[in-house]
Ligand binder design. Structure first.
Ligand SMILES: Nc1ncnc2c1ncn2[C@@H]1O[C@H](COP(=O)(O)OP(=O)(O)OP(=O)(O)O)[C@@H](O)[C@H]1O
Ligand SMILES: [Mg+2]
Length: 226
């Protein structure tokens, strides 16, 4: 029996207008992603971040359609966007956006509380995930009291709190050396798999993700291989 794709993109196009004219960042891209971990790679400017932002509903496409786990994302009403971004997808931002005044535990629990979990339930779930990423000894630290790798692991735990079907990550190892990057990516692959989530990861460096199920190479907003 064929497996339903977790992400389905159909003639997806994103044009940016302004400045020096029109930039076609995503150029009529059609793609089905099976469940599991997919890595998006390719040179600077090829459209990786644009694609992540479209799938995460941070931006609207110029044309084409986006389906994620059965939700039609490109036409989602504004009133449903927050819920989609909080529960269907989990997001690891490039600069992580941890709240500086909150502890590690509070940061990870926050999306759970925003999605309607009580504080106790959200913190229990946060502890479960922080245990998986080896952050229990640091739960009461604030972000400025963490190393780069610890910040990344906290951000990964936070992205999983609401049991997302798909975790999106844009350059999640951008400022780590290659050993630390590999360690974080292996952890990311293991935890998303354990949690039953698929993942879509944009990175310049496909070598850091040896455990990807699929590697897609982009150039000029189109798929060149994968
Ligand atoms: N808001 C914007 N307005 C105009 N052009 C944009 C905008 N955002 C991105 N672009 C252009 O769209 C193209 C794709 O950008 P994108 O950020 O998706 O690339 P990327 O593959 O993530 O690159 P990098 O590896 O450097 O992060 C680039 O040519 C970029 O200049
Ligand atoms: Mg980018």
């Amino acid at each position: 029996m064929p497996i339903d794709p977790i992400v389905r993109l159909t003639t997806l196009r994103k044009e940016y207008r302004g400045g020096g004219g029109v930039v076609v960042a995503v150029n009529d891209l059609t793609l089905d992603l099976p469940p599991g971990m997919t890595v998006l790679t390719g040179p600077s400017g090829c459209g990786k971040s644009t694609l992540i932002n479209l799938v995460g509903a941070f931006d609207r496409p110029t044309s084409g359609t986006i389906n994620v786990a059965g939700t039609r994302v490109d036409t989602l009403e504004n009133s449903k966007l927050d819920q989609y971004r909080r529960t269907t997808v989990g997001i690891v931002f490039q600069f992580f956006h941890l709240m500086p005044a909150l502890t590690v535990l509070e940061n990870v629990a926050l999306p759970g509380e925003l999605a309607g979990m009580g504080t106790k339930q959200a913190q229990d779930r946060a502890r479960e995930l922080l245990d998986k990423v080896g952050m229990v000894p640091r739960v009461d630290h604030r972000p400025h009291e963490l190393s780069g790798g610890e910040i990344q692991r906290t951000a990964i735990a936070r992205a999983l709190v609401n049991h997302p079907k798909l975790v999106l990550a844009d350059e999640p190892t951008g400022n780590l050396d290659s050993t630390a990057s590999e360690r974080v990516m292996n952890l990311f692959a293991a935890i998303t798999a354990e949690e039953g989530a698929s993942a879509l990861v944009a990175t310049h460096d496909p070598d850091v993700v040896t455990r990807a199920d699929r590697i897609i190479q982009l150039r000029d907003g189109q798929v060149v291989s994968g």
